[in-house]
Design a protein around this ligand. Structure first.
Ligand SMILES: Nc1nc2c(c(=O)[nH]1)N[C@H]1C(S)=C(S)[C@@H](COP(=O)(O)O)O[C@H]1N2
Ligand SMILES: [Mo]
Length: 328
């Protein structure tokens, strides 16, 4: 069944980086948290001044996270990385394996129009435009820690919707136990396909309860701006308690299945991490310890890695009874 293919040509876009908006908002929150300008924070921040300003500048608008929620993060412990850092140090092997390669090479990627094929165990399979899957009037900001299996980490203010809201549109059948995300393979625009040593397409996936978890985000932007190509435009998932490789970029297919999908990294390096790949300081990579991490732009592995990347309160129950060493 074909639903509809709509062009993404009307996706909002702007070159302006509203980083100052985000920084001032969060600095403001810090002061507010200290009690100094609580009333002002309640009316101005709660009233979403930063997002309004961004809207006037032609940016994506999004509901900011409530202070104290897991979506807000901890500005003291986890200050935001800059837009420059987040968009110049990337893993996106389709554009090369160097950290600067995606920023250098992903500019040629065409993201409009964009079609996502939804298939498998869903009531509404079909080809969807981005705006058919993501309600741009319901965007939320989520400040998430991002932890790569290589031990570097960042703090990123993503914009998106819960993946559960995307799945609600296509209606998984009760038999669906897993969801997988296949990402773009387009040799005419991707220069790194031949040299990365990976099999394409890049496929990652989640168990259904992981996919439906409120932390799991379908991201379409960051820093209030449409997602830069090197970060996975026009849409990528982000699962903040898992190693970064689980968060596939530039998604072109979403499949619902009864059996566990074969995912790129589990197939590629079956001796390293399995399907779940939850951040776990006690399970080392075969070639390095995961006990510590390097928070960019720092140079040293001086931060203790947090179990589930610090999101254990929210997600540990998903894995009750599972063998941590075997599956994480
Ligand atoms: N399609 C695709 N998705 C991908 C990757 C990739 O190489 N190709 N790299 C993964 C890895 S290893 C990480 S750490 C994150 C990096 O996301 P970022 O560059 O936006 O921070 O993307 C993940 N998603
Ligand atoms: Mo990664």
């Amino acid at each position: 069944m074909l639903i509809k293919i709509r062009s993404s040509a009307d996706l909002p876009y702007s070159e302006v980086t509203p980083e100052h908006i985000y920084r001032s908002r969060r600095d403001f929150m810090k002061t507010a948290a200290a009690g100094a300008v609580g009333v002002l924070a309640g009316s101005v921040i709660g009233g979403n001044a930063g997002v309004l300003e961004a809207a006037q500048a032609g940016q994506l608008t999004a509901r900011p996270p409530a202070k104290g929620s897991p979506f807000f993060g901890d500005p003291e412990r986890d200050p935001l990385n800059t837009f420059e850092q987040i968009t110049s140090y990337n893993n996106y092997y389709e554009f090369g394996t160097g950290k600067g390669d995606p920023a250098r090479n992903a500019g040629r990627l065409t993201t409009k129009p964009w079609t996502v094929k939804v298939d498998g165990l869903v009531a509404k399979p079909g080809n969807y435009g981005v705006e058919d899957l993501v309600d741009f009037k319901q965007l939320e900001e989520r400040v998430y820690r991002h932890r790569c299996v290589e031990r570097w980490s960042m703090v990123i203010p993503y914009i998106g919707v819960p993946l559960s809201a995307v799945l609600a549109k296509v209606q998984p059948q009760p038999r669906a136990k897993f969801v997988s995300f296949e990402t773009l393979v387009r040799p005419s625009e991707m220069n790194g396909l031949g040299s990365a040593g990976l099999q394409w397409p890049y496929v990652e996936g989640l168990r259904m309860d992981e996919a439906m978890h409120p932390l799991t985000l379908m991201a379409v932007g960051l820093y209030g701006k449409v997602l830069p190509n090197q970060n996975g435009a026009p849409l990528r998932v982000h699962i903040p308690w898992k190693y970064g490789f689980k968060s596939g970029k530039s998604i072109v297919r979403i499949s619902l299945t009864e059996s566990m999908p074969a995912t790129t990294w589990a197939v590629q390096n079956s001796n390293e991490y399995g399907f779940y790949a939850n951040v776990n300081p006690t399970v080392d990579h075969p070639r390095w310890s995961q006990a510590r991490e390097k928070r960019l732009p720092g140079l040293f592995y001086d931060r203790p890695t947090q179990m589930f990347n610090g999101y254990g309160d929210q997600v540990a129950s998903l894995y009750a009874g599972m063998d941590l060493r075997k599956f994480y």
